[in-house]
Design a protein around this ligand. Structure first.
Ligand code: PLP
Length: 409
C-alpha cells in the first residue's frame, strides 16, 4: 500500500509521458476518462512480451508458446482476483468495454430476447451502452426503455422499479457516468432488479480505475471494463459474466479457439471462457493489463479512491469560484469527472486555448448525447482525474480557465 500524497513524485516518475512539454508548458493531463497514461512497468511488459515471449498461445507444444500461454492465463487469473470473480471461467478477454457490451447484447439477446421483450438502460449511458441494445431491439422487435436522471445527475430509481416488468429481459447501467461523474448505487439497482428476476449488466469503464470492485458482493450478472482506462494497453478489455449465463449463451464470433471439434456437418464449441474468444487473443495486451492491475493493487484501490476523491472535492471547490462556472453533475456520490461550461464560452474554444497552456481536457458530447440533451446543451469541457494528478495541476487549470475567460471578456 502506498500513501499517494507522500509518494506523488515517485509515482509521477513512473509515467514517462508526464515529462512532456506542450507548447513549452509542462503537460497537465486531465483527460483520464478518455484514456489513462501508462506506467513504465506496463510499457516494459509490452516490450518484454514481444522481445522474449512472443508465440501464439494455447495450441503450441514448444517452449515459447507454453510461456506465452501461461502468461496469458495468469493474466486471466489476475483479472479474476481483481474483480473477485469466483472462477476464471467467468473472465472473457475482449477488445474493451464496447466489445464486451456488444458481445452480451448479441449473445444474450440471441438466447433470451424476443419480440415485445424489454431492455432497460439509463439516460446517462455512454453510447456504447445504448447503441448495442438499440441494435438488439431492432433485430428482435424488442423495446428499449430508459431510466431518467434528475438535474443533479442522479438516477430516478422509482422509475426503474416501475419499468421492471414481465417482459424485462435485462438492465444495463453505468457504475460511474463518464460525463456527470455520478457513482450509481449499482448494488441497490442489482438487488431491485433481481427481486424482479431481471439480470443486470454493469458498465464499469469509469469505475474500475477508481475503486475496488467485487462482482460477487455486487452480485452483478455481467461487469465490463477497458484496459486502457486503468493504466493498461489499448485493445484489451474484459467481460465478466456469471457462469450460469455464459454457459447458456451462444458464441459471439466463430473461428479458431472457440471450437472443440469442426466438421462440415457439425461444429461443437469450446468450454468457457474460450467459447467467447474466437481467433488469436491479444496475449501481449492481457499480460500488460495484468501488470497494470498489479500496479494499482500495489498502491491500493482504497488509497486511490481516497486520494482522487480529495482531489475531486478540491477541484470542484476551486472551479466553482470562477465567475460564470456551471458544473453538470452534482450528485452526492461522484467520482473523478467534472463536466463544465464557463459563461458563454464554447467548450471547444476553452479547450483549444487551454491546450496552448499545456492542459489536456476533453470537449464535446463525450459519447453521451442524451446527457447533453437533458441539459439542453451540445457539449461540455471535461476534466477527469487519475492517481498521478495533483492539486498544483488543479490550481494551474483554474488559473488557465480564468486567463481564457478574461481574454473573452
Ligand atoms: N462506457 C463508458 C462509461 C465509457 O466512459 C467509455 C469510454 O469512454 C466506454 C463505455 C467505451 O469504452 P471503450 O471505448 O474503451 O470501449
Amino acid at each position: 500500500m502506498t500513501d499517494i500524497q507522500a509518494n506523488i513524485d515517485s509515482i509521477r516518475q513512473d509515467f514517462p509521458i508526464l515529462e512532456t512539454q506542450v507548447y513549452k508548458h509542462p503537460l497537465v493531463y486531465l483527460d483520464n476518462a478518455a484514456t489513462t497514461q501508462k506506467p513504465r512497468q506496463v510499457i516494459e511488459k509490452i516490450e518484454e512480451g514481444y522481445r522474449r515471449q512472443n508465440a501464439n498461445v494455447h495450441r503450441g507444444v514448444h517452449f515459447l508458446s507454453q510461456m506465452a500461454t501461461e502468461a496469458h492465463e495468469d493474466a486471466r487469473r489476475c483479472v479474476a482476483s481483481f474483480l473477485n470473480s469466483s472462477s476464471e471461467r467467468e473472465i472473457i478477454f475482449t477488445r474493451g468495454t464496447t466489445e464486451s457490451i456488444n458481445l452480451v447484447a448479441f449473445s444474450f439477446g440471441e438466447k433470451f430476447v424476443s419480440e415485445g421483450d424489454e431492455i432497460i438502460v439509463t439516460e446517462m449511458e455512454h453510447h456504447s451502452n445504448i447503441v448495442p441494445w438499440q441494435m438488439l431491439c431492432q433485430r428482435k422487435g424488442a423495446v428499449l426503455k430508459v431510466v431518467p436522471f434528475n438535474d443533479r445527475g442522479e438516477l430516478d430509481l422509482q422509475v426503474l422499479s416501475s419499468l421492471l416488468g414481465q417482459r424485462t429481459r435485462l438492465v444495463a447501467v453505468a457504475h460511474v457516468s463518464n460525463t456527470l461523474g455520478t457513482v450509481n448505487p449499482v448494488a441497490e439497482i442489482i438487488r431491485t432488479c433481481h427481486e424482479a428476476g431481471v439480470p443486470v449488466l454493469v458498465d464499469g469503464a469509469q469505475s474500475v480505475p477508481h475503486q475496488t470492485i467485487d462482482v460477487q458482493v455486487l452480485d452483478a450478472d455481467f461487469y465490463v471494463f477497458s484496459g486502457h482506462k486503468v493504466y493498461g494497453p489499448t485493445g484489451i478489455g474484459v467481460l465478466y459474466g456469471k457462469e450460469k449465463w455464459l454457459e447458456q449463451m451462444p458464441p459471439y464470433q466463430g473461428g479458431g479457439e472457440m471450437i472443440a471439434t469442426v466438421s462440415f456437418e457439425k461444429t461443437t464449441y469450446n468450454e468457457l471462457p474460450y467459447k467467447f474468444e474466437a481467433g488469436t487473443p491479444d496475449f501481449i495486451g492481457s499480460t500488460a493489463l495484468a501488470e497494470a492491475i498489479r500496479y494499482v493493487q500495489r498502491i491500493g484501490m482504497d488509497n486511490i479512491r481516497r486520494y482522487e476523491s480529495d482531489l475531486l472535492q478540491y477541484a470542484t471547490r476551486q472551479l466553482m469560484q470562477i465567475d460564470g462556472m456551471r458544473i453538470f453533475g452534482q450528485a452526492g456520490n461522484k467520482e473523478s469527472v467534472i463536466s463544465m461550461q464557463v459563461g458563454k464560452i464554447h467548450p471547444y474554444d476553452m479547450g483549444t486555448l487551454l491546450d496552448k497552456l499545456g492542459i489536456a481536457l476533453r470537449t464535446g458530447h463525450h459519447c453521451a448525447e442524451p446527457v447533453m440533451r437533458h441539459f439542453g446543451i451540445e457539449s461540455t469541457l471535461r476534466a477527469s482525474f487519475a492517481l498521478y494528478n495533483t492539486k498544483a495541476e488543479v490550481d494551474y487549470l483554474v488559473e488557465g480557465i480564468r486567463k481564457v475567460r478574461n481574454l473573452f471578456e
